[in-house]
Structure formats: structure tokens, C-alpha cells
Write a protein that binds this ligand. Structure first.
Ligand SMILES: [Zn+2]
Length: 123
């Protein structure tokens, strides 16, 4: 079961809004203040793991990071802009939650609806 943890000190330490470390979704902020796009982004990574398989996901993800790092030496760029898994997550983070997203959130007691507009995201 996927476990969502809010107020993650590790995210704050890493200066990240969210981090997916399967089967954990770590979110920097509280449930009340988390932006939907942050949750959606991390749940897209869960979807990627569930599609690829955990070993394949991490192997491909970090192969890309290493390859990009050796190419241009900019670690942040490797994680944010040139990784196909990140490009996928960033391109879809403003879309509605899927059935699977809602199921994962419900299992964690997070009752956000598909079209909930409370948590506005800046594009
Ligand atoms: Zn990401």
C-alpha cells in the first residue's frame, strides 16, 4: 500500500515540495496547504512505478540522471528537466486526479475530489 506522509522533514531538508520513494509519497507541507499539482506530480511517479515495475523504474530513472550528469554536470537539471519520468510528471501535474490517485488518497484518509479547486496551483 502506498503511504502518503505530510510535513516531511526530509522534503524540507532536500528543499523539495514532494518526493516519491516507493511505496512512500513524502510531501513537504501539511494536508491543508499542499498544492494539488504537488500531490498529482508525486502520484504520477507512483503510476510510473506501477507501470514499469520498481526495479526497472529506479534503474531507468537513475541511469538517466547519471548519463545527464556525466554530460553536463548539472545535478538539478538531471532531476528536473531532462529525465523522461520527470518530463512526463511535469507535463501532466495539472491534470485531474485519476481513479487510482483518488484510491491511494482515500486509503490515506485524504478526501480530495477529482475537481477540487481549493488547492490552486500556479502554472
Ligand atoms: Zn518528480
Amino acid at each position: 500500500m502506498v503511504k502518503i506522509l505530510f510535513n516531511s522533514w526530509f522534503c524540507n531538508f532536500m528543499d523539495a515540495g514532494g518526493l516519491m520513494m516507493y511505496p512512500f509519497v513524502l510531501i513537504a507541507t501539511s494536508e491543508e496547504t499542499t498544492h494539488k499539482c504537488v500531490m498529482r506530480h508525486e502520484l504520477i511517479h507512483i503510476e510510473q512505478v506501477e507501470r514499469e515495475g520498481i526495479l526497472s523504474f529506479y534503474f531507468k530513472y537513475y541511469s538517466n540522471v547519471i548519463k545527464d550528469y556525466l554530460r553536463h554536470g548539472d545535478l538539478k537539471r538531471c532531476f528536473l528537466h531532462e529525465n523522461p519520468f520527470e518530463m512526463d510528471a511535469y507535463s501532466r501535474q495539472y491534470t485531474e486526479f485519476t481513479k487510482r490517485d483518488l484510491e491511494i488518497m482515500r486509503e490515506n484518509g485524504v478526501e480530495w475530489s477529482k475537481r477540487d479547486q481549493r488547492f490552486y496551483c500556479r502554472q
